[in-house]
Design a protein around this ligand. Structure first.
Ligand SMILES: C[S@@+](CC[C@H](N)C(=O)[O-])C[C@H]1O[C@@H](n2cnc3c(N)ncnc32)[C@H](O)[C@@H]1O
Length: 318
């Protein structure tokens, strides 16, 4: 099926919000610009901005500020307060290493080691997907399904990765608790660390496992953002994604639907009475996943679009 292919073809991968401009166009913009060759903040930002633009990075100046702020251990605001300040040698070395990595298409989130999601600051690693803004649509859908802030919800997050979905819901529903499962033990450990750093460790548990096979019990809310890109499309994604994010977080099999088949089949045995599931979809996957859900005896209960208008968060009832 078409699944995520159209997004990949036009260079906007649903798994990556960064876009590229054509290097030739960027080169034209740069002509005639000269940077101060010194070691000041301003000089470093200028040189890095030009290098990043020439590499086709869409927001080169912003990325240069992020890299230099990270290397110097200061905020972007503090950086810009004194562009003539000298960059200390150790920070300069860190900055050059970060810039080289970024020019090699290492995602900015991996260089910084962090990514914001919903209201949370999360550690990220190459063990799993970098959380995407599109996935916040699932959090919105889940909160709309369970609007009572005082409800003691039991939540299950299948393919938890950084724990972003589960932790965002727990942050909004103070009496909710939940379990996150990931096949990759390093991802489950990363999520547990994120629960700790966000003060949610007493309500969140994480374990390594194959979808819900190790789970006993019923849940009010099941969340999942499974791998859903067609196998043949994965190598064609932007280099940041194809080269630096794990295929097991992206690859949904020949038609992109392998994980949905497993998860949807398990849902009737996981949902408590009155419970609901919210699944992330790739572009164009709604009809196919709804059909799988109906076959499993579930009732489709609507689909929420992301900010780009793509049907992203499919809601299912038991
Ligand atoms: C698309 S990522 C989503 C991560 C995170 N939930 C998010 O929204 O950013 C899919 C996650 O599912 C995990 N995964 C893949 N196959 C799995 C399986 N059979 N059982 C459990 N987790 C699996 C991957 O390791 C990856 O962390």
């Amino acid at each position: 099926m078409a699944a995520a292919a159209p997004e990949a073809r036009i260079g906007h991968d649903p798994r990556c919000s960064e876009r590229r401009v054509a290097p030739a166009a960027a080169g034209a913009q740069m002509r005639g610009m000269a940077c101060d060759p010194g070691a000041s903040v301003g000089a470093f930002l200028c040189q890095a901005g030009q290098a990043l633009r020439a590499a086709g990075i869409e927001s080169p100046r912003q990325e240069a500020r992020l890299l230099l702020g990270h290397a110097m251990g200061v905020t972007e605001e503090a950086l810009l307060r004194d562009p003539r300040a000298e960059v200390p040698p150790a920070a300069a070395a860190r900055f050059r290493a970060g810039l080289a990595a970024r020019l090699d298409a290492v995602p900015m989130a991996h260089i910084l080691g962090r990514r914001g999601f919903w209201t949370l600051d999360l550690a990220v690693s190459p063990a799993t997907l970098i959380p995407r803004p599109d996935s916040e649509t699932l959090v919105e859908a889940a909160l709309a399904l369970f609007p009572d802030e005082a409800a003691p919800l039991r939540v299950l997050d299948l393919g938890t990765g950084t724990g972003c979905l589960l932790l965002a819901v727990l942050a909004e529903r103070p009496r909710a608790s939940g379990v996150g499962v990931d096949r990759v033990p390093e991802a489950a450990a990363l999520a547990a660390g994120n629960a700790r750093s966000n003060g949610l460790t007493d309500r969140a548990a994480f374990l390594a496992g194959d979808w819900a096979t190790a789970i006993a019990g019923r849940f009010d809310l099941v969340l999942s953002n499974p791998p859903y890109i067609e196998s043949a499309v994965v190598p064609t994604l932007m280099p940041e994604v194809a080269r630096h994010e794990p295929a097991r977080a992206l690859d949904g099999g020949a038609d992109g639907l392998d994980a949905y088949r497993r998860i949807v089949a398990a849902l009737p045995g996981l949902l408590a009475p009155g419970g609901a599931a919210v699944l992330e979809l790739g572009a164009g996957q709604r009809a196919a996943v709804e059909a799988l859900a109906r076959e499993a005896g579930l009732k489709p209960a609507g689909c929420r679009a992301d900010l780009g208008g793509i049907e992203r968060a499919l809601m299912l009832r038991g």
